[in-house]
Write a protein that binds this ligand. Structure first.
Ligand code: E4P
Length: 229
């Protein structure tokens, strides 16, 4: 399963890129606004830090303008993926981008029917928003299960299921069990995935016991040093 992070904050991206666990980044207009950055500059810098797919979203709502915006964004770097909303205009733009060899992430997907249309439009990624569905009392993960099952019936569908609006590590684990291809994680959720209280407890016990031995892995004991000399 691929892990993307869902942020336009360069400091967070740089920090998490050092783990070597990042396969890409997703942004949206809200995240760009939150980062207080110019979109073109921010996307350019993100693409320099992360070699994987970096989603940049169009802000126009009408086909021709979406295409012009997407073409502009796609010129920023080779790893830019154009994000379009799941509207009729958005899917028309998706088809055009795909004919031009530009990858597309279809975002704001809230139903299996929408996901079917996105696949038909040749989307590289479909982004169902699980957290926002949970927020209104629906079952976000059930949508992921539906889309994965539906796409499996048609091996010619190359669209990858990118689980978005992730709120906790449980969402990621469930998505992986269902066979979703990608999850885009808020940095805090990715950091949470490293955590377990028993890991902290166990590590503390190991280090306390180790300290009692007075040993150091990098420094040879004095006696051994004398023998070497
Ligand atoms: C996905 O690409 C979106 O940017 C994101 O996952 C939305 O998540 P939110 O519901 O936390 O805003």
């Amino acid at each position: 399963m691929k892990f993307f992070i869902d942020t336009a904050n360069l400091d967070e991206i740089r920090e998490l890129a050092t783990t070597g666990l990042l396969d890409g980044v997703t942004t949206n207009p809200t995240l760009i606004a939150k980062a207080g950055r110019n979109m073109i500059d921010a996307i350019k810098e993100i693409c320099e830090v992360v070699p994987g797919d970096v989603s940049a979203e169009v802000t126009a709502t009408e086909y021709q303008s979406m295409v012009r915006e997407g073409q502009r964004l796609a010129k920023i770097a080779k790893n830019v993926v154009i994000k379009v909303p799941l509207t009729m205009e958005g899917l028309k733009a998706c088809k055009t981008f795909r004919h031009e060899g530009i990858k597309v992430n279809v975002t704001l997907c809230f139903s299996a029917a929408q996901a079917l249309l996105a696949a038909k439009a040749g989307a590289t990624y479909i982004s169902p928003f699980v957290g926002r569905l949970d927020d209104i009392g629906h079952d976000g993960m059930a949508l992921i299960a539906d889309i994965v099952a539906m796409y499996r019936n048609f091996p010619q569908i190359a669209t990858e299921v990118l689980v978005a609006s992730v709120r906790n590590p449980g969402h990621v684990v469930q998505a992986a069990k269902m066979g979703a291809h990608v999850a885009t994680l808020p940095p805090a959720v990715l950091k949470q995935m490293f955590q377990h209280p028993l890991t902290d407890k166990g590590l503390k016990a190991f280090l306390d016991d180790w300290a009692k031995t007075g040993q150091s892995i990098l420094e040879a004991p004095k006696a051994a040093r004398r023998e070497q000399a």
